[in-house]
Design a protein around this ligand. Structure first.
Ligand code: B16
Ligand code: MG
Length: 220
């Protein structure tokens, strides 16, 4: 893993750039209550970075309810969660960019790094607009076009393609274990934010600590 090889960064959105993980959590908690699954911190962490349908499956499974709903009913529940989420995120403003991240995007952009978004969220273009940071990214991977969710490397490989870079020239930034695993499997440099993460090449306790110098220091 060499810092000098890096030419681009692929960012996760929820929990890395935007303080939206709490809104996903809040909206899923209502669904967990509805289907009768107990809400625990472990379940909340496990949902981070997972696609909408995978998240619902995990909630159903952890309460042993996986065989109680038809596909049509599951789609209706997932829509209900998303409607709740979209109501909650309406209150987002540019102040909801997580600490340090606007400066980091600015620094990376001004130093000529390529930037792409590798979020599992189908709502990410909307969220970037609320936060007024859409212009930093030269591309957004469309999760609707992917065959597999994180921890499959597909989303991070797509992000490298969008930037026209080889995987080893890209660093991915994540707050979820499935996301760090996806970056590692893509052969990119993994930057993990959160004490609970395992196997990240570069580790930070929170977003405020992430700077280009600090990344360089950990990679050399
Ligand atoms: P949506 P990320 C992920 O975004 C969230 O962490 C996860 O909680 C959510 O279920 C997933 O996006 C799908 O989001 O329902 O909005 O399409 O962390 O990959 O940026
Ligand atoms: Mg995330």
């Amino acid at each position: 893993m060499s810092f000098s090889e890096l030419k681009g960064f692929a960012f996760d959105l929820d929990g890395v750039i935007a303080d939206t993980a709490r809104f996903h959590g809040q909206a899923w908690r209502q669904i967990a209550d509805k289907v009768g699954t107990e809400w625990t911190d472990e379940l909340a962490d496990g949902l981070k970075g997972m696609s909408r349908m995978d998240s619902l499956e995990l909630i159903l499974k952890s309460g042993n309810h996986e065989n109680e709903y038809t596909q049509e009913e599951k789609e209706a529940i997932a829509k209900e969660k998303n409607d709740n989420y979209l109501t909650l995120v309406q209150e987002l403003t540019p102040d909801d960019v997580l600490p340090g991240m606007r400066n980091l995007l600015e620094e990376l952009k001004s130093k000529g790094y390529h930037l792409a978004l590798a979020s599992a969220s189908k709502n990410s273009p909307k969220i970037l607009k609320y936060l007024e940071i859409s212009d930093y990214f030269e591309g957004i991977v469309d999760p609707a076009q992917l065959t597999h969710g994180k921890p499959d490397p597909e989303i991070y490989l797509e992000a490298a393609k969008i930037m026209n870079l080889a995987p080893e020239q890209v660093a991915g930034v994540e707050d979820a274990q499935v996301g760090v695993d996806a970056i590692n499997r893509a052969g990119e440099v993994s930057i993990g934010i959160g004490d609970y993460l395992k196997d990240a090449d570069v580790k930070f306790a929170n977003t405020a600590e992430v700077t280009l110098d600090a990344i360089k220091e950990q990679l050399s």
